[in-house]
Design a protein around this ligand. Structure first.
Ligand SMILES: [Zn+2]
Length: 141
């Protein structure tokens, strides 16, 4: 396919730091659409941001990436592109995020009555362990 047939046109894209002039394939929802490698290199998809330890940081997409799946019957699809300049580091390392999950799970094992980690998830409706629920602590004591 002759690239000239795509009717590309120049567009100025602001990535939060620099104005880039690039050839886009058109517009959708007011956003310029680029093919692989055609847009400014400072624009990344959400998964590309994630792979380099960044998150989109609440920003709106600045452009769209047009791509075609490897299988020929799949239609052309678009995904949003975000500015690296406006992205932020992910909160915490993987180990820190795992620790947060572990803590969240530990809290779910703590009875609100006896304040003990009972080793199983207390019912979310009562947050009370079975011993407190049935009063067997008193029997045992
Ligand atoms: Zn209890």
């Amino acid at each position: 396919m002759n690239p000239r047939n795509r009717k590309q046109r120049p567009v100025t894209v602001f990535d939060g730091h620099t104005h880039h002039v690039a050839l886009c394939r058109g517009f959708r929802d007011g956003l310029p659409m680029f093919g692989w490698g055609e847009g400014p290199s400072t624009l990344l998809t959400e998964s590309q941001l994630s792979s380099v330890g960044l998150r989109r940081n609440g920003q709106d997409p600045v452009a769209l990436l047009v791509f075609r799946h490897h299988k020929p019957y799949r239609r052309e699809e678009t995904t949003e592109l975000f500015s690296v300049e406006r992205a932020a580091p992910k909160r915490g390392t993987l180990a820190q995020r795992r620790a947060k999950v572990q803590e969240a799970l530990r809290v779910r094992r703590i009875c609100v009555e006896c304040r003990q980690d009972v080793g199983y998830y207390v019912p979310t409706s009562t947050r009370v362990c079975w011993q407190c629920e049935s009063g067997t602590w008193e029997v045992a004591a």
